[in-house]
Design a protein around this ligand. Sequence first.
Ligand SMILES: O=C(CO)[C@H](O)[C@H](O)COP(=O)(O)O
Length: 142
Amino acid sequence: MKISIGNDHAGPEYKKAIVEMLKAKGHEVTNYGTDSADSVDYPDFGHPVAIDVSEGKADFGIVICGSGNGISMSVNKHAKVRAALCWIKEIAVLARQHNDANIISIPARYTSIPQAVEMVDAFLNTEFEGGRHQTRVDKISC
Ligand SMILES: O=C(CO)[C@H](O)[C@H](O)COP(=O)(O)O
């Protein structure tokens, strides 16, 4: 699959581990940075990911900041984006099964790297269940 990823200064080490896992599994990854710990503004690194997902240039997106909230708020402003803030594997699975989320947002300062990698793997390998959930997802946009 095509996956776009972006993060602020809280996330480079998390991203590195996630990208290694994704490439090992044969995914095509577009990295929008940042790749350093120098302070940056999370919207600058979230919006390019959201544009890729919104325009169908990426199948899924991954965004990372300290709490996961600011970058998730940023990407959720884009049409067709449904970003889910996830902190445990079970929430990542539900974000796909029930919410058809297409971007996972990771709180780097409140989860471990192995847990983040596990969440991304679960997210990408879980199908949307449709049915009653499709009806609800259709009502999200206003
Ligand atoms: O979590 C975040 C946004 O939701 C940011 O990573 C966080 O606000 C950055 O804080 P600081 O500039 O103090 O490193």
